[in-house]
Design a protein around this ligand. Structure first.
Ligand code: SGN
Ligand code: CA
Length: 565
């Protein structure tokens, strides 16, 4: 029945040819437009619809007010390009092949925009893709090369070659989006628009208009800012994403190099080429505004630094981090507001699905961290807000275990297009439209691969239920973690060896194996993805991975192999 409906809907554009459009509209349901808004590294802790302790995001919150907010949305692999590949293909990383940021996306993959375009949708993409190649099946695109830049950024475009646009990236991506809606959108076709922000990605350069306000704000600290990583297996303590130990004083915290020299502060965690790429792009007047705002910050820091303890430094860096990170989000929120206003003013709200999400979550000082990659909640989960006026009840919430894996099938079902059999997600349409009883998922699967790499987060895979996480750290480790999500929401205690959990542990092991079978993952496939990254790391081609680190990894690998695991 469902397939028949899909077939009928899919045939609509063909059937419409030569028909009286007015009559047609009366007879056939109009296929919805789809606007997919995604930011880069936007933590749900930094959206006021989830948590209003850090920032107010009234415009993003409008989407939640109009529709549904998901409290348990997660990603299958918490890193940028792999998340995007999963979104587009509806497949886990090991099947679409994009397991890390390092290698290019395989464009022979079938993607949902391709299927929508073939079925009569007009498609457009603006902003960050990060694939190493161009998006396929888009009628229009203007994308940032790689990570892109915050100021006066370059774009790779479908029709104009490579261009550089003056201004601030979040505003520009929105200008391009609105311009497309106004001037290129075809009224006779439904559209699928991907509006993809670079912000709030590192190195957190906010718009000039927010500098004064945000560089003087103070934010509450998370309870686990001083986590000592005891109580878990070794990967948490080995990761290089601690705010005090790894966040760069200059590139991230905006301490002027001359101040660092004067105070004798050695730089840490610093990718000089990225810093230069971002900071060399300012116009003189942009630079002057930056200097003005950060001169005050630097002057205060210079006075305070000599008497600062490590604890004080951590607190100071956390505040600096939050000021800049949240400053970039203020512009995202304003620009989402511009888009929503446009849709309202142009009668486009009624038949449009609007999604707001991030490519993954992010640590805002929890566990002392920034960045993502781990399966602990702040980076495993991701914000997800969906409006679809007329279909989704306003102001609703869902705590179901949904994933970025589900978008492709959700959009295909909404558009009445048959999903390919090998897609691995589940359409969210039942949850969105109040048919909760059709949703049966009780666990999700996760697999992170990018190691060795910047931040040095070990490879791991896991099963997550509403109550537990069972995590296997493998490759340079062979360690298991069991987290009781209800009793230990801050995820500080591994209870894997606690006899009180033995039955739960055994049950989760079985369910994890069943999930790996269901999703067609196994250790042979993982192994096939290990060698290429290790080779590039050995050749010095992976940022943050020194020769010494490679040697240490090889040694640990030998031990594991000798033990037969
Ligand atoms: C850059 C960042 C890292 C970040 C990766 C991946 N360093 O390399 O901190 O983990 O991107 O981010 S930076 O100094 O260059 O900003 S992702 O969102 O693209 O996956
Ligand atoms: Ca990201």
């Amino acid at each position: 029945m469902k397939s028949l409906l899909k077939l009928v809907l899919a045939l609509i554009p063909v059937a419409m040819i030569g028909c009286n459009p007015a009559k047609e509209e009366e007879q056939a349901p109009k296929r919805p437009n789809i606007i997919f808004i995604m930011s880069d590294d936007h933590a749900y802790q930094a959206i006021s619809a989830y948590d209003d302790r850090l920032i107010q995001t009234p415009n993003i919150d409008r989407i939640a007010k109009m529709g549904m907010l998901f409290t348990n949305a997660s990603v299958t692999n918490s890193i940028c390009a792999p998340s995007r590949a999963t979104i587009l293909t509806g497949k886990h990383s090991h099947l679409n092949g994009k397991v890390d940021n390092h290698f290019h996306f395989d464009t022979t993959n079938v993607t949902f925009p391709q299927l929508l375009q073939e079925s009569g949708y007009q498609t457009a993409m603006f902003g960050k893709l990060h694939f190493g190649n161009n998006p396929k099946s888009f009628d229009q695109f203007k994308i940032l090369p790689g990570q892109g830049a915050y100021y006066n950024p370059e774009f790779i475009t479908k029709n104009e070659g490579n261009i550089t646009v003056d201004g601030y990236v979040t505003d520009i991506v929105t200008d391009m989006t609105l311009d497309w809606l106004q001037n290129e959108r075809k009224a006779e076709q439904p559209f699928m628009l991907m509006y993809l922000h670079k912000a709030p990605h590192r190195s957190w350069l906010m718009a000039e208009r927010h500098l004064e306000d945000f560089t003087t704000r103070t934010f509450p600290e998370p309870a686990t800012l001083f986590d000592d990583y005891a109580g878990r297996t070794s990967p948490a303590g080995e990761a290089e994403m601690n705010i005090l130990k790894h966040m760069s004083w200059a590139g991230d915290n905006k301490v002027f190099p001359e101040v660092m020299d004067e105070l004798g502060i050695p730089e840490i965690g610093f990718d000089k080429s990225r810093y230069e790429y971002e900071y060399s792009r300012f116009t003189p007047s942009q630079e002057a505004n930056f200097m003005k705002a950060y001169s005050k910050v630097n002057a205060d820091f210079k006075k305070a630094y000599p008497s600062m303890t490590d604890q004080d430094k951590m607190k100071w860096k956390y505040q600096r981090y939050m000021q800049d990170y949240l400053g970039t989000i203020q512009a995202v929120d304003e620009n989402v507001g511009r888009l929503l206003d446009y849709l309202e003013a142009n009668d486009l709200m009624e038949n449009t699905i609007i999604v707001y999400t991030s490519d993954q979550g992010f640590y805002l000082g929890e566990h002392g961290w920034y960045d993502k990659r781990f399966i602990y909640d702040e980076s495993f989960k991701t914000p997800l807000l969906v409006a679809w006026p007329g279909q989704v009840k306003a102001g609703t919430r869902s705590d179901e275990l949904v994933q970025n894996l589900d978008f492709a099938q959700t959009f295909l079902e909404a558009a009445g297009v048959q999903e390919p059999e090998d897609m691995q997600g589940e359409s969210l349409v039942p949850l969105l439209t109040g048919q909760q009883e059709k949703w049966t998922r009780d666990a999700v699967y996760y697999h992170y691969y990018e190691y060795p790499a910047e931040h040095m987060v070990n490879r791991h895979y896991a099963i997550v239920t509403k109550e537990y996480k069972l995590i296997h750290y493998y490759y340079v480790e062979d360690q298991w973690e069991l987290i009781d999500r209800k009793k230990d929401p801050m995820e500080l205690r591994n209870v894997y060896k606690d006899p009180a959990y033995s039955e739960i542990r055994e049950d989760l092991h079985k369910r994890l194996e069943a999930l790996r079978t269901k999703y067609k993952d196994n250790s042979q496939i993982s192994q096939s993805y290990i060698n290429d990254l290790m080779k590039d790391a050995s050749d010095g081609k992976v940022f943050g991975v020194t020769k010494e680190k490679v040697e240490a990894i090889k040694e640990r690998r030998n031990k594991i192999e000798q033990s037969g695991k």
